[in-house]
Design a protein around this ligand. Structure first.
Ligand code: AMP
Length: 429
């Protein structure tokens, strides 16, 4: 195979592909990227792992038309899922045994306080990620399974963990600490960690670029509104506050999560409604938010129902928007000066009514949305505020996979170009 040409400044790195894996409890999403031009070579998803109705969707992007192939039937576990994905990639001439593969980048949800940067995974790193399972019981076990599976597939390759919490580790102590007894909190590592950090990092940087400034020159509020949703206040490129906490339950109203709630509601549900801890967990994480309020968690469906005059859907929308407004106001106060409010993720990128309603009435904060610009559909970063507005309002599509690939490739590439072994187990700086 002809080695891929190496770009100036990137020294001896020959292998320039990165596989990004996002392993959930019953799904694996993957993307193979060519870091020469940061393009996608293939994307795919294996879902319902372990069930009879497992399904793999694989789309090669190297040819002209991107045609998705589908495989159905039981895929027993994560190892089988990755093996099936590898077969699909091999069928496109993109086999994971290729010497062109430089690294596998893993999304890892919880990195605690230890992991502030992308990190090459060693046994010791994996043990540390395991130690964090009590604070991320839904996410870290699946991430660990994904890592072990990928290690078995390519034991010779650097596997890099990119943590959802890392971007938020710059939060000052007064923002990260809950006002509860310090000894109890510390004994159980109870504090605000924040999530979606890869997205907040990427989007805040892109927003600065859109404004023609460096990240250090701007203060931005990022609203990541997907099925999960979180806000962050980013001052001069560093996160100073974010809405998710010990777990992704805190903060904004989400698709199925309540967001902020009086903690006494949980005692009340236990004492008065006789619910178990697990039942309350399911209620607040899976049966609340937009779904709990109106029976739908998809913003498209909620808007359709509102257009038909559905009052429950309208109230759910108003509650969702009211919470967003409170966070925009709070984060304006935290930052002191705001240069941009940026919408991203499924709802943020696509729902003009949510953007319009969240910014409506905030003229005193310098925030205005131009109806014409807001109505434009585009996959590009764009401003939706008029020229005269004091604070920019923007839509910036997020790209967590690209960010993970960039971070993993930079970590591996820097070490190699310096003629070093990849710094296995060390944090990047
Ligand atoms: P994410 O978690 O970022 O993939 O976002 C998923 C959510 O985005 C869905 O549950 C929908 O609520 C929302 N969404 C996706 N497409 C649209 C759209 N065209 N209009 C409004 N909401 C959308």
């Amino acid at each position: 195979m002809t080695p891929t040409p190496v770009k100036e400044g990137s020294a001896a790195v020959q292998a320039r592909r990165v596989l990004v894996l996002n392993s959930g409890s019953s799904s694996v999403k993957y993307q193979l990227l060519d870091m020469n031009d940061r393009s996608r070579l293939a994307i795919g998803l294996v879902e319902r792992i372990g069930e009879e109705t497992s399904r793999l969707l694989h789309t090669p992007l190297t040819g002209g038309d991107a045609e998705t192939r589908e495989r159905t039937g039981r895929i027993a576990d994560h190892a089988a899922a990755l093996k099936t994905a590898a077969e699909e990639l091999a069928a496109d001439g993109l086999g994971l045994d290729s010497p062109e593969l430089a690294a596998i980048g893993h999304r890892v949800v919880h990195g605690g306080l230890r992991f502030t940067r992308p990190t090459v995974i060693t046994d010791e790193v994996l043990t540390e990620i395991e130690r964090l399972v009590p604070v991320a019981p839904l996410h870290n076990p699946a991430n660990i399974t994904g890592i072990r599976t990928a290690q078995a597939l390519r034991p010779d390759l650097p596997q890099v963990a990119v943590f959802d919490t890392a971007f938020h580790t710059t939060m000052p102590e007064y923002a990260a600490r809950y006002a509860i007894d310090v000894e109890t909190a510390d004994a159980h590592r109870i504090r605000r960690y924040g999530f979606h950090g890869t997205s907040h990092a990427y989007v805040s940087r892109k927003a600065a670029e859109l404004l023609g400034r460096t990240p250090e020159e701007v203060n931005v509020i990022v609203l990541h509104l997907g099925n999960g949703a979180s806000a962050s206040a980013v001052a001069a490129g560093r996160c100073v506050e974010t809405s998710m906490g010990l777990t992704p339950l805190e903060g904004l109203v989400m698709g199925t999560r309540s967001g902020d709630i009086d903690p006494a509601v949980t005692f009340h549900l236990k004492r008065v409604a006789g619910m178990s801890t697990d039942e309350i967990d399911v209620l607040l994480n899976k049966r609340s938010g937009l779904l709990g309020l109106c029976g739908d968690n998809d913003m498209r469906e909620i808007r359709r129902r509102i257009d038909e005059g559905d009052e429950r859907a309208a109230l759910a929308f108003d509650i969702y928007v009211h919470r967003l407004k409170k966070y925009i106001g709070a984060y304006s106060a935290v930052l002191g000066r705001v240069d941009a409010v940026v919408f991203t993720a499924g709802v943020g990128e696509n729902s003009a009514p949510v953007r319009e309603a969240a910014i409506a009435g905030l003229e005193e904060l310098g925030l205005v949305v131009d109806a014409g610009l807001n109505a434009v559909r585009s996959g590009e970063p764009r401003l939706i505020s008029p020229n005269y507005a004091r604070v920019a309002v923007a839509v910036v599509p997020t790209d967590e996979e690209l960010e993970i690939a960039d971070q993993a490739f930079a970590l591996v590439g820097r070490a190699e170009s310096a003629g070093q072994e990849v710094p296995v187990g060390q944090v990047d700086n």
